[in-house]
Design a protein around this ligand. Structure first.
Ligand SMILES: [Zn+2]
Length: 350
């Protein structure tokens, strides 16, 4: 017999197979006429708290602030639609979770934008302009949910969806931080490479603020504009061992803020492909925690970079799009050093 889940009012769904897994749970297809999936979290640290968290999120879907976030098609947030649990069994505790929209009907995993091979296979028309548009959509969505009182807490590619036209969506809402009345449901997840320095080593349970999302946003924008490169990637230039992204974050090892702090392969995209204004925002985001640019500031700056006349297409390869601030093509420079993040298709190269 296949796995089933039951909602509070007795509706039963048959699960059609596991389609994903994350740090906390598993996502299954749902046998339903609508595009739905179910997330089950087998072993939350506090099962009762997890059930309450999901129940509150399901209720908040009707609140004006959440309705605003969920407006538009395709929907940008995989909000929990209904709480479910596996039926009581003799040999296992019931597992809690929720049913949500299947984002695969409109989006692809965000990670498809971050590697050359995945881009080529799944998003073949993506260029640097797609990176800019995706960064803008992400900054706007994050700014909106901050304005409505939500904090993502664990903002990272695995929780995001994207498409070729630059649309962005979020999932894993059950790990967000939010309030209901006077009750705070704290975010507690964090991911190396996307955690702000002030949260690295902070006691477990310290609630994140919007500024920690803004740090993760800056990392993601950098990845989108640098063909997937994490700004804190690289071996310490002082000869020490590479330990982790978090170690590089804590020691300020970052090509954008200190060119001499890390060693990177020659084939990474050149640092000077970034427009001056965005470079300044990255420097502030990564060095000045108290002045870290907000999602709204990123949205403003990214909008300006997409204005008419700000982008140039390379004469050699039509996939090479770059800012007009750079007189010659950064992607051709990169190709000369052995890697091309936006290779042309064979028929275009003739
Ligand atoms: Zn070029």
């Amino acid at each position: 017999m296949g796995l089933t889940v039951v909602s509070g009012n007795g509706h039963t769904w048959r699960l059609t197979g596991q389609i994903g897994s994350g740090s906390e749970g598993f996502v299954y297809g749902v046998d339903d006429a609508r595009p739905l999936v179910a997330k089950l979290v087998p072993d939350p640290p506090d099962p009762e708290a997890y059930r309450r968290r999901v129940a509150h999120l399901v209720r908040q879907r009707r609140e004006p602030r959440t309705v605003r976030l969920l407006s538009g098609t395709p929907v940008r947030v995989a909000w929990p639609l209904v709480s479910v649990r596996t039926p009581d069994g003799t040999d296992a505790e019931p597992v809690d979770g929720y049913v949500m929209t299947d984002m695969r009907h409109a989006y692809q995993p965000f990670n498809h934008l971050l590697s050359t091979s995945a881009r080529r296979a799944h998003l073949p028309r993506a260029t640097w302009a797609s990176g800019l548009r995706t960064a803008l959509a992400l900054a706007r969505l994050l700014g909106e949910l901050h304005a409505e009182g939500y904090v993502v807490g664990d903002l990272k590619p695995d929780n995001l969806w994207a498409d070729e036209s630059g649309r962005v969506a979020m999932a894993d809402v059950d790990s967000w931080q939010f309030t209901d009345g006077r009750e705070l449901f704290p975010g507690r997840m964090r991911t190396p490479g996307y955690t702000a320095p002030e949260r690295i080593g902070a006691p477990a349970g310290t609630p994140p603020g919007t500024e920690s999302d803004d740090f993760a946003l800056a990392v993601l924008v950098h990845q989108l504009l640098m063909a997937g490169l994490n700004p804190f990637a690289g071996h310490p230039a002082d000869g020490g061992d590479y330990l982790s992204y978090d170690d590089n974050v804590l020691h300020g090892r970052c090509r954008i803020t200190d060119r001499t702090s890390v060693l990177l392969p020659r084939s990474v995209p050149p640092a000077d492909l970034l427009p001056r204004r965005l470079t300044e925002l990255f420097r502030t985001a990564f060095t000045k925690a108290l002045r870290r640019p907000t999602a709204a500031e990123w949205a403003h700056a990214l909008t300006a970079e997409l204005a008419p006349g700000r982008l140039k297409v390379c004469a050699v390869n039509a996939r090479h799009v770059h800012t007009v601030e750079r007189p010659w093509c950064p992607w051709c420079d990169q190709a000369e050093r052995g890697a091309d993040s936006y290779p042309g298709h064979p028929r275009e190269e003739t």
